[in-house]
Ligand binder design. Structure first.
Ligand SMILES: *Cc1c(COP(=O)(O)O)cnc(C)c1O
Length: 387
């Protein structure tokens, strides 16, 4: 029997090792892994450079308190700032912590300029920003919040794609709008660039901060370092996590100078956040995935994968409704519930994961090989033919 709490619906497989795009089960079977810890292992399993950097760091220093200077963190923050819109970075350990910290920064900013009542955060109804108390009430999803009352106030929601509802929900006390440029758990829904640009304008007009949750779509997953870059806008606050650690838990909030000024000593902290071990790994992931060459390769692989998935859709229009996504954040929306489809893929040694709206998520490592994409396409084709 298992002594683990039953808060997950676990598939009946376990693994003993991984290598690149593959996982090896305890029973000795080899699986093509397009889950990668849900877009976490940006460089696949057991990447030699990550193994080296973590081994080297374990011999030097694992953890010191944030009451001291941590050079590895200083370095990663500098790289993130040089590469992006951000002026300052605050390290955390997970996505939910990063989105929570983003909310804190937004509120603290308005507090610091003498507008403490401007503290409401506006989100997409049924979006996903993590599982902490604040994050579940931010999304306003009945499924996630049920039984976890009292309801946390200070959050409003608008309907995805409904611009009228968005404008209606903006009030004088709206401090920030928080959205994912590409909704991951929500079913790989890409917010169009023009929409992001309009959102930026709307925020400027109403003196509202723009928080873009790039926990899933960020760190080169979309083919750009950040998914919002394509829209040529600058957000104020960006929480990140998943891909930046390549499998080691790291989260962070990136912010501009304007809002960062309010985060004075004592306003936020994290015991583990930004420790030397995590930062050593983060630096290496960052160096690899942020290079132009690496990003161009993600774009190339994405184009190949997406065009072949669209051909698959055209072959099986009664099974696949839509191919969605950007970069290597891809979803196959099926006409029917995706559980059987995912089960059949698993039987064929191909691991994928669900998202909302009958979507099967395909999340290969960002350094996936073309022949591994071909293998995925072959299995997808086989399963479609058999359904
Ligand atoms: C996964 C995710 C989170 C939460 O991250 P955790 O590390 O599970 O807390 C937040 N926002 C988005 C967009 C995510 O995909």
């Amino acid at each position: 029997m298992s002594f683990l709490a039953k808060n997950y619906n676990r598939r009946n497989i376990s693994f003993k090792k991984g290598k690149g795009s593959y996982l090896y089960s305890s029973k000795g079977k080899k699986y093509l892994d397009f889950v990668q810890g849900i877009a976490v292992n940006s460089l696949g399993h057991a990447h030699p450079e990550l193994i080296k950097v973590i081994n080297d760091q374990t011999k030097k220093l694992w953890h010191v308190s944030n009451s001291f200077i941590i050079p590895e963190g200083e370095l990663l923050a500098k790289k993130l700032a040089k590469k992006t819109f951000a002026d300052y970075i605050m390290f955390q350990n997970s996505g939910a912590e990063a989105t929570e910290a983003a909310i804190k920064v937004a509120r603290r900013y308005f507090y610091s300029i003498g507008k403490p009542k401007k503290n409401r955060i506006l989100c997409v109804k049924n979006s996903f920003h993590g599982r902490t108390i604040a994050a579940i009430f931010a999304s306003g999803s009945k499924k996630m919040t049920e039984g976890f009352g009292p309801k946390i106030s200070g959050f409003d929601q608008f309907k995805f794609g409904d611009h009228y509802s968005l404008k209606k929900k903006i009030g004088k006390n709206t401090a920030a709008i928080m959205i994912e440029p590409i909704m991951g758990e929500g079913g790989i829904k890409v917010i169009p660039d023009w929409c992001l640009r309009e959102l930026r304008k709307l925020c400027n007009k109403n003196n509202i901060l723009l928080i873009l949750d790039e926990v899933q779509c960020g760190i080169s997953r979309s083919g750009d370092f950040f998914a919002f870059e394509k829209a040529k806008i600058k957000p104020d606050i960006v929480p990140i996590a998943k891909g930046i650690g390549g499998g080691f838990p790291i989260g962070a909030v990136l912010m501009n100078k304007k809002v960062a000024k309010s985060m004075i000593p004592g306003t936020h902290g994290s015991t583990f956040g930004g420790n030397p071990l995590a930062m050593a790994v983060g630096n290496k992931v960052m160096d690899i995935v942020s290079s132009k060459k690496f990003l161009n390769n993600v774009k190339k692989l994405s184009k190949y994968f997406l065009s072949n998935l669209n051909s698959l859709k055209n072959r099986y229009p009664n099974i696949i409704k839509e191919v969605r996504g950007r970069g290597l954040l891809i979803g196959l929306q099926l006409h029917n519930d995706q559980s059987t489809f995912i089960k059949k893929l698993t039987e064929n040694k191909f691991l994928t994961i669900r998202a909302a709206e009958n979507v099967v998520r395909l999340l290969p490592p960002l350094n996936v090989k073309k022949n591994e994409i071909d293998q995925a396409l072959k299995i997808l084709n086989k399963v479609c033919a058999e359904l």
